[in-house]
Design a protein around this ligand. Structure first.
Ligand code: ZN
Length: 391
């Protein structure tokens, strides 16, 4: 178990002594030069005064010699453009301990809008770190895919979050969100309401097939050690349909690059079940994330916010939570052979220093979360995305 209260190394550097690590302009050569060839020796920037703020005091300003772009120390902070300081570590701790948005507001002393805004910033940080982590892991185990079912907006809009996890390490590699059509037993009135609502929003009939295919795409992009991928799922027909209807995956299965093992979901849900990793994660979501608790009134109202909370929880599961509660040593990340020093360094910066999408590789499902591209049923108008989230 990793301590959530991590020391922020850069806080030891006085604000006045801060030097920008790169130019924030994504079109400038100095934006990614440090990633390609290490820190630059030449002085690519010069100091350009300072400005005063109520929340952060005097903020030093700089100007890039290469592109002429002006920027300040705050440009590199998670709190860029924020007017109020909220402790991200406290927020994180509350979120993964089954607190609702209102609970967090009461504890932290802010509005629901501010809480949602800070969780959004934290989610981008978590997504960027995960993108880099996926470049460093190497799959050396069977993987398990299964859907976690919940609802958002109303019970007439159930959803399926397909989870891709390691069978042995339980490292959460990826997930994919799809709104699905409500089915099962309904009263005559409920059927009528569904019919009316479907005039406004109708879930894609192929949602499960498309969601599973998206996860297969993601799986193929993660480095792996062996030739074959042992893919474990339950017996949902959509999984077979996704493989058989796609020529690429059909050929990969024929060449035994993908070995699909199916386990009936009626099998006892014990440690020996081949789908144990996803059964375990289902349980964790149900008890740790407020909107996933059965019969809760704190269900998600916005799909982008739902998935932002989910990616923050993924970071907690992979890098903070112990692999086994009784053995508080390794995390799921260290079980997946992630370099612990790298993880600690990233986490020590995560709650303070802003990640830039132009300096990291995001997988498609995480990019949709970052860019708030997921569609909320019945919501009119586009999701608001601050301009700085693009760069
Ligand atoms: Zn520049």
């Amino acid at each position: 178990m990793r301590e959530i209260i991590l020391r922020e190394i850069e806080d030891e550097v006085p604000v006045e002594a801060f030097t920008p690590p790169f130019c924030p302009n994504p079109r400038c050569r100095e934006h990614t030069r440090d990633l390609k060839s290490g820190p630059s020796d030449e002085r690519w920037f010069y100091r350009h005064g300072r400005y005063g703020t109520d929340a952060f005091g005097a903020v030093p300003r700089f100007r890039c010699r290469r592109c002429g772009r002006g920027f300040g120390r705050q440009t590199f902070r998670v709190d860029y453009y924020a007017k109020r300081v909220i402790d991200y570590r406290e927020l994180f701790q509350l979120l993964v301990a089954c607190s609702s948005t209102r609970d967090i507001c009461r504890t932290v002393g802010c509005s629901t809008g501010t809480t949602a805004n800070r969780i959004e910033r934290l989610a981008r940080q978590a997504v960027a770190m995960h993108g880099d982590a996926l470049m460093k892991v190497c799959i050396d185990e069977p993987v398990v895919v299964d859907g976690f079912e919940n609802f958002a907006v109303s019970k007439f809009f159930p959803n399926n979050v397909n989870i891709l996890t390691g069978a042995e390490t339980q490292f959460l590699y990826d997930f994919d969100y799809r709104t699905i059509r409500r089915s099962g037993q309904m009263t005559a009135i409920q059927k009528l309401i569904r019919k009316k609502l479907e005039r406004l929003y109708r879930a894609d009939r192929q949602a499960l097939v498309k969601g599973f295919t998206a996860l297969l795409d993601s799986l193929m992009s993660i480095p792996r050690r062996s030739y074959s991928i042992r893919l474990r799922t339950d017996c949902k027909t959509e999984y077979r349909r996704a493989i058989e209807s796609n020529r690429h995956y059909r050929l990969l299965e024929k060449a035994r690059v993908i070995v699909h093992e199916r386990t009936p979901s009626t099998e006892p849900r014990t440690r020996h079940n081949k789908l144990f990793a996803v059964n375990y994660l289902d349980r964790q979501f149900r008890k740790d994330l407020k909107e996933c608790v059965r019969r809760t009134v704190c269900f998600g109202r916005n799909i982008c916010n739902v998935m932002q909370r989910m990616v923050v929880y993924r970071m907690y599961h992979n890098h903070f939570k112990a692999f086994r509660h009784r053995n508080p040593g390794p995390t799921h990340g260290s079980m997946a052979a992630l370099d612990e020093r790298w993880v600690s360094l990233r986490l020590s910066r995560l709650f303070g220093w802003r990640e830039f999408p132009s300096r990291t590789i995001l997988n498609p499902s995480d990019r949709a979360v970052w860019m708030r591209e997921l569609v909320t049923p019945l919501k009119s108008g586009a999701e608001y995305l601050p301009k700085f989230a693009w760069y």
